[in-house]
Design a protein around this ligand. Structure first.
Ligand SMILES: *Cc1c(COP(=O)(O)O)cnc(C)c1O
Length: 577
């Protein structure tokens, strides 16, 4: 195997993400965006991509979740110490926030690829003694605080990130990739490298073009709250007059600064994260040419031990090249069932350990774990509790495993968790429901791989991609999902899983979608599971062969290389105006 030895400052691609999921012990992620970033970096290391990444230290993490008997969420900081897991780098840089000089240092984590290549990830940290107490806490909380705090954080990520890369000797960078708009201030930092901060003259089109040639922007959500906007008064206060003037002059700020707008205007290549999300984003941002590169997951990281062992035997090259998962079509169904039985057993053991509940290894088990937020509609399955009982009586026993955190300020999300607890009580002995606290990467892997079906009920078209269904597919767990995000591409009815409703149905008809969900379960899926286990195993196998082989970050990153990184230089998103 090729030993590609790379030194951190030989990178040509810089990747910026407000959250990155490394493992459950480093709580600097909140959901899909961070998981995607972590999987991207793992695959970049595997494929030998000369890439360096930047995030914030988030010393207080996202949060730890506890739930009381009624499903009320109790939050506490999820502290960790960079000191124990990361290497401190020598350079210090500083940036100006509200006229104060804020010192920044960086901690480094290394992703080691399968062939020995290393991708470094820098965690920026303002917790320095010489900093003002207000500034020492700027890199503490992921997605916490008010808009003032958020803008300060985004200044640290954008200006601090570019300055730190330069201080580390990264002068060969040709591509700057923004994972969501939080890091959009890197565009201004790159402009300033050409004209300096205090320069009053007009920014030339040539300077703007030079930045656009280097920048790639991936947008991740069609939900309005997902796009950061800051009032211009706040921007003046935090970034200072010169920077605010530059933003106004480029007409990316009038009464407010929209970070998505800034990233769109100054990127040469822009993409959504599934084909459908590309379409939705083109409607959302008229005048911009938005492409699509569908998300993936890191195949090895999300495959349960029993399936890793099976793949190692049947498809020995799969770790190095995920395309070989295509040949899972040749694995006998009995072996798929055996590997799945072990993953299910591991999950149920953990459920018992965490909650005391003894679930049944033979019963049809549905899984639903994701951020608890309104559009994900975790409670759609409980639209008609009596109907659910009836399905269990007629078609066969059902049990449900739930998990998910609500953002501390998302009251709607918290209400959904309480409703699941109420439904669980109403279903009592007829359908067992467990809600596992503190959804994280380790729990995510266990649930995705150990259930018999992966349920997904987003309100269309709000699920930009979704990745947990991809993790499930790698473990032979088919999806039962609304046709949104990646599932429009991964779904073949009765072959890789099942749809809830159809692609062209009304977008807000929860009642119709609930009916479709019940009907599929009662008429098709539960009978198949209990009466034709070999046929069910063939669906599991196709999920691996058709979806596992494609919806992975190896394929995703090679698409970024071919479509985005080579043509950040201009044939991507041209503003049409
Ligand atoms: C995979 C994963 C997610 C993202 O899942 P979606 O399908 O996009 O909702 C969020 N949180 C954790 C802990 C995960 O493992």
């Amino acid at each position: 195997m090729n030993q590609i030895v790379s030194y951190p400052n030989s990178a040509t691609v810089a990747y910026f993400s407000m959250d990155v999921a490394i493992d459950s012990g480093i709580p600097t992620y909140s959901g899909g965006l961070g998981i995607l970033a972590g999987d991207m970096l793992r695959s970049a290391a595997d494929l030998g991509v000369p890439l360096v990444a930047v995030t914030l230290a988030h010393r207080k993490g996202y949060f730890d979740q506890r739930l009381d008997a009624k499903g009320n969420q109790v939050e506490s900081p999820s502290k960790w110490s960079p000191e124990s897991r990361l290497e401190l780098l020598a350079p210090r840089i500083s940036l100006s926030i509200e006229g104060r000089e804020v010192g920044v240092r960086a901690w480094q984590y290394y992703f080691h690829g399968i062939g020995g290549h290393v991708v470094p990830l820098l965690f920026l940290d303002t917790d320095l003694e010489e900093n003002d107490p207000r500034d020492r806490v700027l890199t503490d909380h992921l997605y916490g605080g008010d808009e003032h705090y958020r803008l300060c954080q985004e200044a640290v990520l954008g200006f601090g990130g570019v300055a730190m890369l330069r201080a580390l000797g990264h002068w060969g960078l040709r591509v700057f990739h923004m994972n969501e708009g939080h890091s959009a201030l890197i565009t201004l930092a790159l402009l300033e490298e050409q004209f300096g901060t205090r320069q009053a003259r007009a920014i030339s089109q040539k300077e703007v073009e030079a930045v656009r040639r280097q920048c790639v922007f991936t947008t991740h959500t069609p939900v309005a709250a997902g796009h950061d906007r800051f009032p211009s008064g706040l921007v003046h206060q935090v970034l200072g007059e010169a920077r605010a003037a530059a933003l106004s002059q480029m007409r990316v700020m009038n009464s407010e600064l929209n970070m998505t707008e800034l990233a769109l205007r100054l990127s040469g290549f822009v993409n959504g994260v599934s084909m459908r999300h590309g379409e939705v984003s083109r409607n959302l941002f008229p005048g911009y040419d938005v492409g699509a590169i569908t998300n993936g997951v890191h195949a090895v990281a999300w495959t349960a031990a029993s399936f890793c062992a099976l793949f190692d035997r049947a498809l020995p090259e799969w770790r190095r090249d995920n395309c070989y998962l295509r040949y899972a079509v040749g694995i006998p169904p009995a072996e798929i069932r055996l590997a799945h039985a072990q993953a299910k057993k591991d999950l149920l053991q953990q459920v018992r350990w965490l909650t005391g509940a003894q679930l049944d290894e033979k019963a049809f088990t549905l899984g639903f774990a994701r951020r608890a937020t309104a559009y994900k509609r975790a409670d759609l399955l409980f639209t008609d509790v009596e109907k659910l009982k009836e399905i269990a009586r007629r078609a066969g026993p059902l049990q449900l495993i739930y998990a998910g955190k609500a953002h501390p300020r998302d009251e709607g999300g918290k209400a959904i968790i309480r409703r699941i607890f109420e439904a669980a009580a109403a279903l009592a002995n007829e359908v067992r429901v467990v809600y596992l606290e503190n959804y994280d990467m380790a729990l995510g892997k266990l649930i995705c791989s150990g259930v018999d079906i992966w349920l997904n009920t987003p309100l269309r078209p709000h699920e930009a991609s979704g990745t947990s269904g991809m993790k499930a597919a790698l473990n032979g767990v088919p999806s039962l999902s609304v046709l949104d995000g990646w599932w429009i591409e991964g779904h073949i009815e009765g072959v890789t899983g099942w749809s809830i409703g159809d692609r062209d149905g009304a977008e807000n008809d929860s009642a119709a979608e609930a009916r479709s969900l019940y009907e599929k379960l009662e008429q098709v899926i539960v009978p198949l599971f209990y009466n034709q286990p070999d046929s069910y195993a063939k669906v599991m196998r196709s999920a691996i062969a058709m979806n596992g082989s494609f919806f992975n970050t190896q394929r995703m990153i090679s698409q970024y290389i071919r479509n985005a990184y080579t043509c950040a230089s201009g044939n991507g998103a041209q503003p049409l105006t």
